[in-house]
Design a protein. Structure first.
Length: 199
């Protein structure tokens, strides 16, 4: 787990970890997606009303139609995709995926060597009747982003949950242990007297 202070920070971490894990530059996202409003996450945001006026956004962040496995497969076939970032249920408008879409996306990502990132910032922690919405489809993503319900709105907190393979690839030595972080990520966790938090 990589701590964050918000959902958009969790998505930003996922983007960085995907690129570091795969060594690839491109990140795909679904049209009409909402992943956050910081520059990196905004680059994955599929809504012009949020993006307009803030360009140029990050290069290498490309949309595919939500629910279109053929379009996803075409982009993955280029061999330069680090990750496909997708909300299991799109929060802006509450768009449900077509039958077979998410599991098909997972299969295609695995075959192409790209990571599947599930953005559960809006849907996670019981909001769809399961702990994570991805459980409705039996998904096993490489990265999961959570935030909003994590503290019920009381504390600014988010988290990027990563597979052991991703964690080992990115943070593979003591000198690489601080490759990602944020000043307030994890908030004010208890520490032994006299210790200092390193950021």
């Amino acid at each position: 787990m990589v701590p964050a202070s918000s959902g958009t920070e969790a998505v930003e971490a996922a983007m960085k970890l995907a690129r570091a894990t795969t060594g690839r530059p491109r990140i795909l996202h679904a049209e009409h997606a909402f992943h956050g409003l910081t520059l990196g996450a905004l680059s994955l945001n599929g809504n012009a009303e949020f993006r307009d006026g803030f360009g140029p956004l990050m290069p290498g962040c490309d949309p595919v139609p939500f629910g279109d496995l053929d379009a996803l497969e075409r982009e993955l076939a280029r061999g330069d995709v680090a990750a496909f970032v997708v909300e299991p249920v799109q929060g802006k408008g509450v768009n449900l995926p077509p039958p077979g879409y998410l599991i098909g996306a997972q299969e295609r990502c695995r075959a192409a060597g790209a990571l599947l990132v599930c953005d559960e910032v809006q849907t996670g922690l019981g909001r769809t009747g399961r702990f994570l919405a991805l459980e409705h489809w039996g998904l096993q993503p490489d990265v999961v982003c959570v935030a909003k319900a994590l503290s019920g709105g009381f504390v600014p907190v988010g988290a990027t949950l990563v597979s052991r393979a991703v964690m080992d690839r990115v943070f593979d030595g003591m000198e690489r242990g601080v490759r990602h972080g944020s000043t307030f990520g994890g908030n004010d966790s208890p520490r032994p007297p006299g210790s200092r938090r390193c950021a």
